[in-house]
Design a protein around this ligand. Structure first.
Ligand code: 5GP
Ligand code: ZN
Length: 115
């Protein structure tokens, strides 16, 4: 566990969260400040700084992340209508929490503009 990492504290059960889905490697929780009716964060249980750190170092957690995103989409009933998955990365990518997480956002029409 990384010192003073808010998502490590959530994974450890030291901070509360609303869990949507869990597998051996990841935890999916509701975002505390949702931007859409469905806004779930998929967090790795092990600390990785970002998607580059994850992709370079853990095929197991990388695969589990994709499996969890698919499961969350089905559970939240957005898999047919569509949804967005984003990994904000680094300063210019808008990442504010330095523990890799996928945003799963949906149940409203999203802009085609990603910028
Ligand atoms: P980022 O900007 O790093 O891609 O996204 C961080 C996300 O984490 C934001 O959407 C923010 O609302 C969410 N967040 C930050 N702190 C907490 C928390 O303590 N609990 C939960 N559930 N979400 C959080
Ligand atoms: Zn962490």
């Amino acid at each position: 566990m990384s010192q003073s990492c808010v998502f490590c504290a959530i994974v450890a059960g030291e901070l509360p969260s609303t869990v949507v889905y869990e597998n051996d490697h990841v935890l999916a929780i509701r975002d505390i400040n949702p931007v859409a009716p469905v806004h779930v964060l998929v967090l790795t249980k092990q600390h990785f700084d970002d998607i580059v750190d994850l992709g370079e170092n853990s095929p197991e957690s990388s695969a589990a992340m994709l499996e969890a995103i698919a499961s969350v989409a089905v559970i939240e009933q957005v898999s047919e209508a569509g949804f967005r998955t984003a990994f904000n990365t680094g300063v210019q990518g808008g990442q504010t929490v330095g523990h890799v997480h996928a945003h799963v956002i949906g149940r409203r029409q999203l802009s085609e503009n990603l910028g």
